[in-house]
Design a protein around this ligand. Structure first.
Ligand code: ADP
Length: 395
């Protein structure tokens, strides 16, 4: 069975959409409707209509501009594009033809005549302008396009400046809020620690347990606030590159995570090769490794493993952090690097977090001119590989 002939109809008015749909489907055509220019262009890119009907008065990218753009698609060169308009003012037919239309039908739509008109255009009918008139009209059409473009650029520049102002305000607000919260939290944590160590008098076992829970929650809150503050800081300051031996930074971190592994009953393996000094921002470099290890422990499964592999290459330092944890679905691989993004995963839900760790990691890696790659599958664990180039090589 042959495919029905497809008509693309670009129109925002639902009454007209229904009318054309009804009239043309009764004649065996398949009518595909787009409500505006960009949608029409997207449909034209993926389908091969035999004819396009376009309402010139659609909002946004108007019918003239949509036609010009449709004409630029290679597979649309020979396809008839027919303008449909209620604008009966002098010159509107000519303007439609100069924009790239092959014909012009007036509204209201004449339901009885429409099928025959459509068939004629599909069979090859084309309306053309006399050449002298076309040149003149093309010039004024181009001018109008450029004027519209200029007005849009002006609007977008203003909107962009407003967005940047709002973004700065948001940053300021977050920074102030985190500072204001951190000060009282520090004193709360200080007193809780004194209780915990028995320095404020003996506690009974229930009180001890309550203080421990409060301390743990306070520490999580402090970590969140620190991430928030660090996120603001790292984006607003330039990095302070110094040549250092990566293992000097990594060893204390490794010791800290070994302790955590013992507490969490996870296995932590480290493979280090001898490394040459490399120019990095010390605190940023430390943050980067700490955040990746933090996640590898946090999103792991009971009895799981974490591996840190550090390899030196002549032009770069490679660090790989692997875990046997809950893993990350491919659709999330890009999104998890966005600020505040957290996977809505039932297994991950129990883990407190701010969604900033990986945004900070990516920022740091990129600020060092490096790259980060992720391999992960749900249920099978994850591996983050970071490559930091040596600045002096090829610089
Ligand atoms: P946070 O850990 O504070 O939520 P991150 O930016 O560090 O924020 O991570 C974003 C999300 O990516 C996490 O919420 C988690 O769902 C997912 N994720 C990060 N690292 C891992 C990992 N090693 N294994 C599984 N999921 C991870």
């Amino acid at each position: 069975m042959s495919q029905p002939t497809q008509i693309l109809y670009i129109e925002d008015n639902p009454d007209n959409q229904r009318l054309v749909q009804r009239v043309l489907s009764a004649r065996g055509y398949q009518v595909v409707i787009a409500e505006d220019g960009p949608h029409g262009l997207a449909l034209a890119r993926t389908s091969h209509p035999a004819l396009v009907l376009v309402d010139l008065g659609i909002p946004g990218l108007d019918g003239y501009e949509t036609t010009t753009r449709l004409r630029s698609l290679p597979h649309m060169q020979g396809v008839p594009i027919i303008a449909l308009t209620a604008d009966a003012s002098p010159g509107s037919r000519e303007r439609a033809l100069v924009a790239g239309c092959d014909g012009y039908l007036s509204k209201p739509i004449d339901a009885r005549a429409l099928p025959a008109q459509i068939a004629e255009f599909i069979d090859g009918r084309r309306e053309r302008l006399p050449e002298t008139m076309e040149t003149e009209l093309l010039r004024s059409y181009n001018q109008k396009l450029v004027e519209r473009l200029e007005a849009r650029v002006r609007e977008l520049t203003i909107a962009n400046a407003q967005l940047q102002d709002l973004d700065r305000l948001k940053d300021q607000f977050l920074a102030t809020l985190s500072h204001e919260l951190r000060t009282p939290l520090t004193s709360l944590l200080g007193y809780l620690e004194l209780f915990d160590r028995g320095m404020l008098g003996p506690l009974n076992p229930q009180q001890e347990e309550a203080v421990r829970v409060m301390r743990r929650s306070g520490e999580i809150l402090a970590r969140q606030l620190n991430n928030l503050l660090y996120f603001q800081e790292i984006r607003s300051r330039s990095l302070n590159f110094v040549a250092l031996q990566p293992l000097d930074v990594l060893r204390p971190l490794i010791a800290m995570f070994r302790e955590r592994a013992a507490q969490a009953q996870l296995q932590f393996d480290v493979t280090l090769s001898d490394t040459q000094p490399i120019e990095v921002d010390r605190s940023a470099f430390e943050h980067l490794v700490r955040n990746l290890l933090d996640n590898a422990f946090q999103y792991n499964k009971p009895g799981g493993k974490v591996r840190l592999i550090v390899r030196d290459e002549p032009t770069r330092l490679i660090m790989r952090i692997e875990d046997t944890g809950i893993g990350i679905a491919p659709a999330e691989h890009e999104k998890i690097f966005l600020p505040f993004y957290q996977v809505d995963h039932s297994l991950a839900r129990g883990h407190p977090g701010s969604g900033l760790g990986l945004a900070i990691v990516r920022h740091i890696v990129e600020a060092h001119g490096g790259q980060i790659a992720l391999r992960s599958a749900p249920g099978e664990g994850s591996a983050f590989t970071v490559a930091i180039p040596r600045r002096s090589v090829g610089a």
